[in-house]
Design a protein around this ligand. Structure first.
Ligand SMILES: [Zn+2]
Ligand SMILES: [Zn+2]
Length: 88
């Protein structure tokens, strides 16, 4: 059996499509948390202010590209200042 870590999403509807919930990601380079629409793939550099960016880019270190980001862990999300109840 393959181990699959849990994925975490913001518990607000995605502003780009109104369907999905933005999946929480973390920058591999600096650990900054970002979000991405799980339906359309729209990238939001700041999970606190969901404003779409044209491409996946880290708001902190400037790393560009979807491959720069991986699924955020519970600990990383809380380090970023998000609280239980703001994501699931
Ligand atoms: Zn969306
Ligand atoms: Zn970064």
């Amino acid at each position: 059996m393959e181990f699959k870590p849990p994925t975490w999403s913001l518990n607000v509807r995605c502003p780009c499509c109104g369907q999905g919930y933005p999946l929480l990601l973390v920058c591999r380079a600096c650990g900054n948390v970002a979000a991405e629409c799980d339906e359309v793939g729209t990238f939001f550099p700041d999970p606190f202010h969901l404003q779409a960016s044209e491409s996946a880019i880290c708001a902190k270190c400037g790393a560009i590209g979807n491959e720069q980001f991986t699924q955020a862990s519970d600990v990383q999300i809380q380090d970023a200042g998000l609280k239980h109840g703001q994501y699931w």
